[in-house]
Design a binder for this molecule. Sequence first.
Ligand SMILES: NC(=O)c1ccc[n+]([C@@H]2O[C@H](COP(=O)([O-])OP(=O)(O)OC[C@H]3O[C@@H](n4cnc5c(N)ncnc54)[C@H](OP(=O)(O)O)[C@@H]3O)[C@@H](O)[C@H]2O)c1
Length: 321
Amino acid sequence: MTMMNAAVVTSFDEPPHYQPYPVPAPDGGEVLADVLAAGLHPRVRSGAAGRHYTSSGTLPMIPGIDGVGRLPDGRVVYFAAGDDVLGTMADKALVDPRRSVELPAGTDVAAVAAAMNPAMSSWVALRRRVPLKPGQAVLVLGATGNAGAMAVRVARRLGAGRVVGAGRDAGRLRALAAAGADDIVQLTADADVTGQALAAAAAETDIVLDYLWGAPAQLAITALLTARADRARALDWIQVGAVAGPTIELPSVALRSANFRLQGSGQGSVSPRGYLAELPSLVAEISAGTIEVRPRAVPLADVTQAWTDAETPGERTVLVP
Ligand SMILES: NC(=O)c1ccc[n+]([C@@H]2O[C@H](COP(=O)([O-])OP(=O)(O)OC[C@H]3O[C@@H](n4cnc5c(N)ncnc54)[C@H](OP(=O)(O)O)[C@@H]3O)[C@@H](O)[C@H]2O)c1
């Protein structure tokens, strides 16, 4: 059996360890690629802890949901992993052409590995779930994380007329304002003050990109709907992340008394074909620097340490075999 080195999770209670693992065997149309870079996204952490909704619970597993790899013919591709057992944080990984896109020569592979996942969340939501119409107003709830900060820029890039960013961290909110958000709202422990600030800045929002869920989303839904001038005007709420909690309590009146349309965007609600169709444009935007996150390259051999290292805002750890 041929062996390679990989990040390997043997217990959902521990970070992965760098150790030998059998080289995976291609099946069907798959190709074995040399991995060049793989991003350590929140989704990778939840998968490696057995907490993601797609987790099969199988151990041992190699974490990593996407990455950049070199194919045997020399082409360099961005690709998404096919399952949750054979991930991308290894010397080699399986690439399915139906989940990959070729990168132009000279592409910054670490930049693509870092940015594609957070950028995709808003890009796909605003192109595949609720296509943004030019001039519409967008609220990003949870705009202080990497994906949320990118969502502000993506919404603008896709034609939003007004973009409001809401989040906890005051420093990152100020950076968003400097980077072009029309308004910012700080989410604080004071629900009344926060609700009033959301209503003042975002009552006439057309689309909410929600990275938080939990208590802040519950508060914001009522705050926005009750403050709208015309409740029959559609408010499209796209649930994208749940860093503030997995559930909310939704009053039925929210759905009866206003034109409130709630849906999510992610693996499952968007088909693999839908994601694939958006990849070339995303590569172009990342390469052009319109949407970016700073990659922090770490050798794959240091994966256990990388798992617990703190990232500075605007950074995304990228593991390099
Ligand atoms: N569905 C999709 O297609 C998709 C794709 C990519 C990512 N996601 C999801 O999007 C979420 C964010 O990803 P990311 O890459 O941006 O992660 P990230 O860079 O780690 O950012 C997470 C941010 O969440 C904020 N946060 C945490 N707890 C909070 C709370 N209780 N209330 C308010 N803010 C809170 C923090 O901001 P502060 O500093 O302000 O506290 C933090 O910066 C994750 O849940 C991820 O899984 C979904």
